[in-house]
Design a protein around this ligand. Structure first.
Ligand code: F0G
Length: 488
């Protein structure tokens, strides 16, 4: 650790290692812990889909870290100096400079959020004969590729699918499979290879820099573009520093640049990477920039704001520099590790090693009695909200879309994601999550399945409505009230 770096984990007199908050709270938001009866009503109204809940019914919002990380005092003060102009804004110039300083790319296209970047890349490069190899899909990345007629293929090593593993880099691309895939498909059908930092849907698991170097070498061999989804790049860099020998004494800035230097195109959701809104695409290749440039005014807005409010442009710039601060980036992964380690002590099945953006509960094992056709992860998300007021997100088969024939495509993993946005929750709130999870695990037989009553064809997990297959929510509520003697 560098000379004056602060430690996010502090040893207490008792010997216990506790994640310590290296920030203080200066603006607060009131939360609501409503009775379980109201939570059941809220679930019914929202079709047992946690995306459909209102925050007035939610105690801890662990749905996502997207747009919900705490902003810093520096970001908020920068927002006040925004230069609000349609074209030629100085705020944009500051952001462009931050992209160059932090990500090392001199051409930058702003977009309103991450999926807008995916839309532009897919619109520019994907056609009906395209196949995009990736370490693993993200829902929106895949949706844009398939909307443009293309297909994706996921190329992870088998270790990535092992729930309890000590593998430090489960997000690594399977190099043999990549080369095999390129030879079988033909390089002309592969518009780009996509690498996702801190691979979201397998539990926020990083790839190593060495793996990215190896992917780059294959991309060079076949002359294929390498695209890096950098939405969770800061956390991937932090875990590289923790886990990859070559980088243990390197700064966050050096690690981030080493990774971005390897990609032809870097895109990101600033909602995760740096602030609360926005996104971008950047490159050092002028012809790539020219190929994408015209699509930004078409879909997003003029090239100096890209659909982002200028205040947020300022916050993005400051937030990008803040990703170089290990103290800031380490907070969420350190709290997640605490949550995962403590849950494992209670025998609750969790994805290990602990990753980033949230703790991931293995619903397939937690709800082993619920068949995949009744969505164990969705059922667990609903049950956990019911008994705790904590809103997590289903990351399992509901998040998948049906195939062309309308058949379910069951997810490799059925996960309940409990997001831990940066510098938002306190340790006592994390302890509450652990306590209620523990109770639910002891009463897991009471959780039942769900079925769709309204199922949109695209991104069904956002708007879909479900219903319980039996009266299990009522039974779970009755048991909760009997055990706790009250409704909270
Ligand atoms: N790529 C990754 C790795 C993401 O995690 C996300 C969003 C996106 C792209 C799309 O970005 O939301 O700004 O359009 N992830 C959020 C989540 C939604 O909750 O995991 P966006």
């Amino acid at each position: 650790m560098a000379k004056n770096a602060q430690k996010p984990l502090v040893k207490f007199y008792s010997g216990e290692e506790i994640p310590l908050e290296l920030h203080k709270v200066r603006i607060v938001q009131k939360l609501h812990l409503v009775p379980i009866e109201r939570r059941l009503e809220a679930l019914r109204e929202g079709g047992y889909n946690t995306f459909q809940l209102n925050t007035t019914d939610v105690y801890l919002d662990m749905l996502t870290d997207s747009g919900t990380n705490a902003m810093s005092d520096m970001q908020l003060s920068a927002m006040m100096q925004a230069d609000d102009a349609y074209a030629g804004s100085q705020s944009f110039i500051r952001l462009k400079q931050a992209v160059e300083d932090v990500l090392g790319k001199s051409y930058f296209l702003p977009v309103h959020q991450g999926r807008a970047a995916e839309n532009i890349l897919a619109a520019a490069y994907v056609s009906k004969t395209s196949l995009v190899p990736m370490n693993y899909h993200f829902t929106t990345a895949m949706a844009h590729i398939t909307q443009n007629g293309g297909r994706i293929v996921e190329l992870l090593y088998p270790e990535a699918y092992v729930i309890n593993s000590s593998h430090p880099f489960k997000g690594n691309m399977n190099l043999e499979d990549l080369e095999d895939c390129i030879q079988r498909t033909g390089r002309e059908h592969i518009p780009y290879i996509r690498m996702e930092a801190s691979t979201n849907l397998i539990g926020g698991q990083p790839f190593s820099v060495q793996n990215l170097r190896d992917v780059r070498a294959i991309a060079d061999k076949y002359n294929i573009r390498l695209v890096l989804d950098a939405s969770l790049l800061g956390e991937n860099a932090y875990l590289v520093k923790q886990r990859e020998k070559e980088f243990m004494n390197k700064s966050m800035g050096e690690i981030i640049k080493t990774m971005t230097d390897l990609a032809d195109i870097v895109y990101f959701s600033a909602r995760k990477l740096s602030s609360s809104r926005g996104g971008g695409i950047c490159t050092n290749n002028e012809s790539i920039y020219k190929e994408l440039e015209a699509l930004v005014p078409l879909y997003e807005g003029f090239l100096t704001y890209g659909g982002i409010s200028i205040r947020e442009v300022e916050a993005m710039a400051v937030g990008l520099y803040e990703t170089l601060d290990e103290t800031m980036i380490s907070q969420s992964p350190t709290f997640i590790k605490y949550l995962v380690d403590e849950a494992m002590k209670m025998n609750i099945p969790m994805i290990t090693p602990a990753g980033v953006l949230g703790a991931h509960v293995d619903a397939m094992s937690f709800c082993a009695h619920i068949p995949q056709s009744q969505y164990p992860a969705g059922s667990l998300a609903a049950a956990f909200f019911l008994i705790s007021g904590v809103r997590g997100m289903e990351r399992g088969s509901i998040s998948n879309q049906r195939d062309e024939e309308g058949n379910e495509t069951y997810a490799d993993m059925e996960l309940l994601r409990l997001a831990v946005p940066r510098r938002v929750f306190t340790l006592s709130q994390i302890k509450y999550v652990l306590d209620r999870l523990h109770w639910l695990y002891d009463n897991r037989e009471l959780i039942g399945g769900l079925k769709f009553v309204y199922e949109p064809t695209v991104l069904r997990f956002f708007m879909g409505k479900l219903a319980p297959v039996s009266d299990w929510p009522e039974k779970l509520m009755t048991k909760f009230k009997a055990d706790f003697g009250e409704s909270l």
